[in-house]
Design a protein around this ligand. Sequence first.
Ligand code: NAP
Length: 380
Amino acid sequence: MRAPAVSQHHHPLTGGATFAPSSKTSIRGRSNLAIRMGLKEDAPSLAIVGVTGAVGQEFLSVLSDRAFPYQSIRMLASKRSAGKHLTFEDKDYIIEELNQDSFNGIDIVLFSAGGSISKEFGPIAIDHGSVVVDNSSAFRMDENVPLVIPEVNPDAMAHIKLRSGKGALIANPNCSTIICLMAATPLHRHAKVMRMVVSTYQAASGAGAAAMEELDLQTREVLQGKQPTCKIFKQQYAFNIFSHNAPVLSNGYNEEEMKLVKETRKIWNDMNIKVTATCIRVPVMRAHAESINLQFEKPLDESTARDILKRAAGVVVIDDRASNHFPTPLEVSNKDDVAVGRIRQDLSQDGNHGLDIFVCGDQIRKGAALNAIQIAEILL
Ligand SMILES: NC(=O)c1ccc[n+]([C@@H]2O[C@H](COP(=O)([O-])OP(=O)(O)OC[C@H]3O[C@@H](n4cnc5c(N)ncnc54)[C@H](OP(=O)(O)O)[C@@H]3O)[C@@H](O)[C@H]2O)c1
């Protein structure tokens, strides 16, 4: 059994020196994948691009928690981090600057360093025969690129094989889309969603390690009566909420909202599905919340919906009306499962054709690193 301990010169999320991935387990308990898989001689060689970032650090945590088999890992980031040391599973690594030769002999590359890095280096990794799992939005809507949530549409990547002599790229969907569809898909399979209205409450972590540090700093500053430092966001974040910082488009939607609209259509392979969204940043450190209103083609009562969600992989139901206990970002932070509650009939729709649900999910984990590594597991 490999020791699941990660220590690093500086952990960007905590500012501290170490963190322990073994504390990050599923709400339902650790995956039995960890038992099934061990270190294999023929295990893939991995590279992580953006290993020092919020998602990059979580990749390490998830790899360790799931005992993902690997021969070697190349730790890649920018020039700023090159030469720094990182300890993962009792082994010392030196972080390397990403360059054109970074992918020699690499089977799987996990990218999380922003869209421009994926656009520039993704094709180079593919040319080297690597399979890329990309966390950025750069290739998500490319019709030749599978956009995959393993619990929802694993078949979309069925044609992609490791070490086939041909590189390939698989895109990880946007974090809000993943969290939404983890809850909505089991219901969609049963009663077919016609229209979906999503309102998000998105955490600082979705904007990376520096945004989390800014929320922490601003909170202290405001409590001390100082002017808050606004570098990542243009306005005060602590003790405030605002429309998501993604660019606003000519149709009035911002890019984050349009990702929910377009990615849902692609993942569900249904160009007619009606989706609208309003995305809001809230001063929560980690994990997104979403209010989702669904309209179905077929009737679906709330107790059937609750049963379907209880049985759904990667979903946990927290729906205790008596004690007013429903999902919260804090409760799902560092957890694998997406939590669903407030499951109730939409009174404004006739004949059991509408439901309201409230969903929380750790978007660094299921919304990014975990989903990407589940994709990599399909390749094994
Ligand atoms: N945070 C989330 O919840 C989330 C969810 C889904 C998808 N994503 C996507 O994942 C990506 C990373 O997000 P994040 O939140 O992890 O950001 P982050 O915390 O700001 O980390 C950015 C990472 O990219 C690296 N990087 C920056 N410039 C680079 C360069 N020129 N060459 C190589 N590496 C470079 C950084 O390395 P240095 O430390 O050396 O600067 C760092 O490791 C983004 O595309 C984001 O949209 C994030």
